[in-house]
Design a protein around this ligand. Structure first.
Ligand code: NAD
Length: 362
C-alpha cells in the first residue's frame, strides 16, 4: 500500500526523534511491501527562521493533502522574544484547527521493564498497564465564551463549558471505535451530578453505546476517576472525556509510565486522518546531544499505522520491537534513575535506540 506522510520535524530534539521514527517506518515498509512517501515541511521555530511565520500555508497544504502527519516538537529559547501570537507553539494550534483535529488520543502504557519508574505501589501495576485517554480537543470550556469584567462586587471572570450533541457524539464514537480495537470497555468521565453539560454528555454517550453492543460502558464522576487512576488503574481500558477533564486526566495517567520520552499521542478527525506526535516538547536542554529518547515518536508512528492506515500487524511489530529493546536492558538516559535500576542496563543514545528498534523488525 502507498501512503503520503507529511513530516514536520520541528525544533530542538524534534528532528532527532523523527529521523529515528522514519528509520523504523522505512524498515516496516521494506518488510511488508508498503511505500511511505515522506514529505518534509517546516513548522515552529525553524519555519519562523525560514519563512518569517511558524505555520506557512505550504505546510498546511502539504499536511491536508497527506494521509497523516508525523510531528516532532516545536519551540525553544531561541524564539522566546517572538510576540505571543507568532510563537512556534502557535503552529500546533493552527494545525489542529486547519486539520479539524477534534479527538486527542493519549495511551498510558507502563512497560513491565520500566515498572521501577512508576510512582505507584508495585502490586497496583503488576503485569503492566495499558489504558487510552480519548479527550475532546476543540470544544468545551477552553473554546467557550469567556469574559473578565467588573461590577459592584469588584472584578469577575467566567468561562463557559458548552457542548453540542454533535460534538459529544463524534468524540464518543471515536472512543467506542478505539474500544473495539482494544478490550471493549469505555469509561466516560463527567461531572453529571453538578453540570448540565455533563448530563448531556452522559445521555449522548449512552445513546452512542447502543451502536456498540459488544462494548461495556460505565460512567465516573471526574473526581472519582482521578482517584481511581492512582488507586486501581488497571480497571480502565478507554477513558472518554471532555477537553478540560481530559487535559488533567491524561497528564495524571501519563505519570504512571515512567518517562515523558515514552508517551505517544494522536489527534484525529473524521475519516481517520490524524496527526501523530510525542507528548513531550522540544527539550532544548538535551537537543543535538544524541540523548533524546525516540521511543515516544516511534510509538506515535505505530499509532499512525494502527489508527489511520489500519496496519495492525505492522503497528504490533513496532511495539514489540520497542518492548524487546527494553527487555534487553537498553535505556536512553531519561530511563535510567541510577538508584533503583536493575543490574545490567546499558545506556544508549538516540540513534542507537532507533537502530536497535529498526533491527528488530525483519
Ligand atoms: P519538554 O517536554 O521539552 O522537556 C521537559 C523535560 O523532559 C526536559 O528535561 C527534557 O530534557 C525532558 N525530555 C523531553 N522529551 C524527552 C525525550 N524524548 N527524551 C529524553 N528526555 C526528554 O518540555 P519543556 O522544557 O517545558 O518545553 C521545551 C520547549 O518545548 C518549549 O519551547 C515548549 O513550549 C515546547 N513544547 C512543545 C510541545 C510540542 O511541540 N508538542 C509540547 C510541550 C512543550
Amino acid at each position: 500500500m502507498n501512503f503520503k506522510i507529511a513530516i514536520i520535524k520541528g525544533d530542538g530534539i524534534g528532528p532527532e526523534v523523527v529521523t529515528e521514527a522514519m528509520k523504523v517506518l522505512s524498515r516496516v515498509a521494506e518488510k511488508y511491501g508498503h511505500t511511505f512517501d515522506f514529505q518534509e515541511v517546516l513548522a515552529g521555530g525553524c519555519a519562523i527562521d525560514a519563512y518569517g511565520e511558524c505555520l506557512p500555508q505550504s505546510t498546511i497544504d502539504t499536511a491536508k493533502a497527506a494521509d497523516a502527519v508525523l510531528l516532532g516538537a516545536v519551540g525553544g529559547p531561541k524564539w522566546d522574544d517572538v510576540p505571543g501570537d507568532q510563537r512556534p507553539e502557535r503552529a500546533l494550534l493552527g494545525l489542529r484547527k486547519e486539520l479539524a483535529l477534534f479527538a486527542n488520543l493519549r495511551p498510558a502504557i507502563l512497560y513491565e521493564e520500566l515498572s521501577q519508574a512508576c510512582p505507584l505501589k508495585p502490586e497496583l501495576v503488576r503485569g503492566g498497564l495499558d489504558l487510552l485517554v480519548v479527550r475532546e480537543l476543540t470544544g468545551g470550556i477552553y473554546f467557550g465564551e469567556k469574559k473578565t469584567g467588573e461590577d459592584a462586587d469588584g472584578k469577575y471572570a467566567y468561562d463557559i463549558e458548552r457542548y453540542s450533541e454533535k460534538e459529544i457524539r463524534r468524540i464518543a464514537q471515536v472512543a467506542f471505535d478505539m474500544a473495539m480495537l482494544r478490550s471493549k470497555k469505555v469509561t466516560s468521565v463527567d461531572k453529571a451530578n453538578v453540570l448540565d453539560s455533563s448530563r448531556l454528555w452522559r445521555a449522548v454517550v449512552n445513546d452512542v453505546a447502543k451502536d456498540y453492543p459488544e462494548v461495556e460502558v460505565n460512567h465516573f464522576y471526574v473526581d472519582n476517576a482521578a482517584m481511581q487512576l492512582v488507586r486501581d488503574p488497571r480497571q480502565f481500558d478507554v477513558i472518554c472525556t471532555s477537553n478540560l477533564f481530559g487535559d488533567i486526566l491524561s497528564d495524571e495517567a501519563s505519570q504512571v509510565t515512567g518517562s515523558i520520552g515514552m508517551l505517544p499521542s494522536a489527534s484525529l478527525t473524521t475519516g481517520n486522518f490524524g496527526m501523530y506526535e510525542p507528548v513531550h516538547g522540544s527539550a532544548p536542554d538535551i537537543a543535538g546531544q544524541n540523548k533524546a529518547n525516540p521511543m515516544a515518536t516511534i510509538l506515535s508512528a505505530a499509532m499512525m499505522l494502527r489508527y489511520t492506515f489500519s496496519l495492525k500487524e505492522e503497528a504490533d511489530d513496532i511495539e514489540a520491537a520497542v518492548r524487546s529493546v527494553l527487555a534487553d536492558g537498553y535505556r536512553t538516559p531519561d530511563l535510567l534513575s541510577n538508584e533503583s535500576d536493575p543490574e545490567g542496563l546499558r545506556q544508549i543514545g538516540t540513534v542507537e535506540c532507533g537502530n536497535l528498534i529498526a533491527d528488530r523488525i525483519y
